[in-house]
Design a protein around this ligand. Structure first.
Ligand code: SF4
Length: 186
């Protein structure tokens, strides 16, 4: 590999913020943990319809979600920390989605991909859930029907931003307990 290519790779490595000098770097635990978590999110793709196809494109070589450290998909909720909901969610499926969310360990984040997951989309009918935020808290919404892979990537980057800046104490805060209580989740 040429020196030029090596330089390009080095430029992409994110630096840890803090006070630094020759041979030392002082930072906070929040920042170090945030940086590690941000670049190693394990997604659980809950894909039910057409938006799932866009997710497949997002995973494939052209858009390559692996660039964000998220190539390791988990179909086990206990080994995932980013729930990606893509597609129409029927009301009958709501309890399943909620169970998957509850089985994920904290800290966890939720990305609602596309109009159907976010609001029911064009399916304003008796059988379709009019937005997954009626049953679980959502961190980031991606608009579109379907959203392009670039939009899904932007949603993932927004989640990364939240993960990077989240205080380690947030999940134990009264505000977070209140949020969970509002969904009836202990
Ligand atoms: S938002 Fe559009 S593309 Fe996505 S699942 Fe719904 S109908 Fe399909």
């Amino acid at each position: 590999m040429s020196d030029k290519n090596l330089t390009n790779i080095n430029q992409k490595v994110e630096r840890l913020e803090g006070y630094e000098g020759p041979g030392f770097l002082a930072t906070t635990l929040d920042k170090a943990v945030g940086l590690a978590r941000k670049n190693s999110l394990w997604p659980l793709p809950f894909a039910t319809s057409c938006c799932g196809i866009e997710f497949m494109a997002t995973m494939a070589s052209h858009y390559d979600l692996a660039r964000f450290g998220s190539e390791r998909l988990s179909f086990s909720p206990r080994q995932a920390d980013m729930l990606m909901v893509m597609g129409t969610i029927a009301k009958k499926m709501g309890p399943v989605l909620r169970q998957v969310y509850e089985q994920m360990a904290e800290p966890k984040w939720v990305l609602s991909v596309g109009a159907c997951a976010s609001s029911g989309g064009i399916f304003d009918t008796y059988s379709v859930l009019q937005g997954i935020d009626r049953i679980i808290p959502v961190d980031v919404y991606v608009p579109g029907c379907p959203p392009r892979p670039e939009q899904i990537l932007e949603g993932v980057m927004k989640i990364q931003e939240m993960v990077h800046n989240e205080s380690l104490r947030r999940r134990n805060s009264p505000e977070y307990a209140e949020l969970m209580a509002s969904y009836g989740i202990k």
